[in-house]
Design a protein. Sequence first.
Length: 86
Amino acid sequence: MARTFVWHPTRGPKTTDKLQPAGSGRVEIKQVRSKIGHSWRMRRTLEALGLRHPHDVVIHQDSPALRGQIKRVRHLVTISPAKKEA
């Protein structure tokens, strides 16, 4: 899905970056917008991802289930491949 859903036409990303296929490596997820004013499902999804506040960063193993969670809150987070850890 190239275009993302936005609540207001001038807010939020117009497109999402294409990452590698699900299951290949680890991803870094950063919360960039607050969960205030969003539905309980989005709040619970952010909690399940381990994100509590804006600017929180978590690293998870990539999987199709994780991609589904990210898709639900894609306007509140940014995703990037995790850097190699020594």
